[in-house]
Structure formats: C-alpha cells, structure tokens
Ligand binder design. Structure first.
Ligand code: ADP
Ligand code: 5GP
Length: 188
C-alpha cells in the first residue's frame, strides 16, 4: 500500500518535537522528512540528520529548478523547505512520512496531497504556559522567546485549517490522542 503523509505544525514550544519523537518509537512505519534550510547548523546538528544545510545561493537555485514541494523565506536569505526528492525517497522505501513544518508549509503540503495527508496542529494550553515551556527548555535567549511568543499568536490563528487539533496540556494524554488519530488515519 502507498505510504501516507502526516504533517505537524505548531507554535514553537507547544511540544511538537516531544510528540513526534514519541510517535517515531511506535510501530507505525513512520519516517521523518528531513527539511532543507539555509540557516547555520546549531550545536551538534549535522547535514542530513536534522536538516540538509544549503547556502542561500544553492537554496535559490534549487527553488528555480523546481526541487521543492514547498519552501519559505522566513526573512532575507533564511529559507526552509521540503525537497520533493526527500519525500519520494521515503515513500519509495515504503514509509509513512512525518513532517515538522511551520503553519504555512503545513497547509501547503496538505493541499498538495489532499486525503493522502493528515494535518495535525499541536496547540499549547495558553500563551503563559508556552512561555513557561520555552523558558524551561533552556535553548533560547529571552529575546528569542519573546519573538517566538509574538509569532505564536499569528500561528494559533491557523489551527482551524488543520484536520486535527490536539491540545497538549497533559503530555501523556496528548500523545495517546495523537497516536489514536494516526492509527485511525493509517487504517483507512
Ligand atoms: P516544539 O517542538 O513544539 O518547539 P518541544 O517538544 O521542544 O516543543 O517542547 C517544548 C518544551 O516543553 C520541552 O522542554 C518539553 O519537554 C516541554 N513539554 C512538552 N510537552 C509538555 C507538556 N504537555 N507539559 C509540560 N511540558 C511539556
Ligand atoms: P528551527 O530553525 O528552529 O529549526 O525551525 C524554525 C521553524 O522552521 C519551525 O517552525 C519549523 O517547523 C519550520 N520548518 C522546518 N522545516 C521546514 C520546512 O521544510 N518547511 C517549512 N515551511 N517550515 C519548516
């Protein structure tokens, strides 16, 4: 049977990565789509593991060559995008493909694949809790946290465009709910 696509979008700090990591450990034949970006690698990040790291020039020439399923320039020279070759590589191996993309990319992938894709929005219980989680994660400077919170208010407005909204209040409950909707979707 042809593989399916499962898209995750959420404001940063909602718990998307935590939930995706849990799902990747389940017996669902899922594989993570590695995105391309023109930002610099952070910490221990490696090319071909967290992202495909491309220079802005290379990213632009690959956009022109039509290599991207979707892409965005978040600000000048900072690109993120999903390579068609990455999705094809994983589908050819028989996997269901899981995406972690921003809200606009998520809507674009969903409209491209239609019923073959399930789009899931992970919603934090509130902005204050989001701030607490971002602070608790300890990966961002205070001004980065402020800009992520400001962006979150815009991103939360996209929730109704997703097939499923999961509120991540109690983590175990959110994980179970997500697992169930994915199992139902894959069984269809
Ligand atoms: P995202 O990938 O959406 O940016 P993360 O998965 O990195 O978010 O989660 C942000 C922080 O919040 C992490 O430190 C994570 O351990 C924590 N977290 C995730 N879900 C919950 C939850 N339900 N309750 C409390 N903390 C959570
Ligand atoms: P970071 O730089 O923190 O790794 O990621 C920043 C944002 O880029 C996150 O919101 C993430 O979901 C988004 N992102 C990562 N890969 C892609 C992609 O391929 N396409 C789009 N549209 N957004 C992406």
């Amino acid at each position: 049977m042809a593989g399916k696509l499962i898209i995750f979008s959420a404001p940063s700090g909602s718990g998307k990565s935590t939930i995706i990591n849990y799902l990747l450990q389940q017996d669902l034949n899922l594989c993570f789509s590695i995105s391309a970006t023109s930002r610099e690698p952070r910490g221990t990040e490696q090319h071909g593991v967290e992202y495909y790291f491309l220079s802005p020039e290379e990213f632009r020439s690959r956009i022109e060559a039509g290599h991207f399923l979707e892409h965005e320039e978040v600000y000048t020279d900072r690109f993120y995008g999903t390579l068609k070759s990455e999705v094809e590589r994983l589908l050819a191996k028989g996997y269901n493909v899981i995406f972690d993309v921003d809200v606009v990319g998520g809507c674009n992938i969903k409209s491209f694949y239609g019923d073959r894709a399930l789009s899931i929005f992970i919603q934090p219980p509130g902005i204050e809790e989001l701030k607490k989680r971002l602070t608790g994660r300890g990966t961002d400077a205070p001004e980065v946290i402020e800009s992520r919170i400001a962006k979150a208010e815009f991103e939360l407005g996209f929730a109704p465009r997703f097939d499923v909204v999961i509120i991540n209040d109690v983590l175990e409950k959110a994980q179970e709910e997500t697992l169930k909707v994915i199992k139902d979707f894959l069984a269809k």
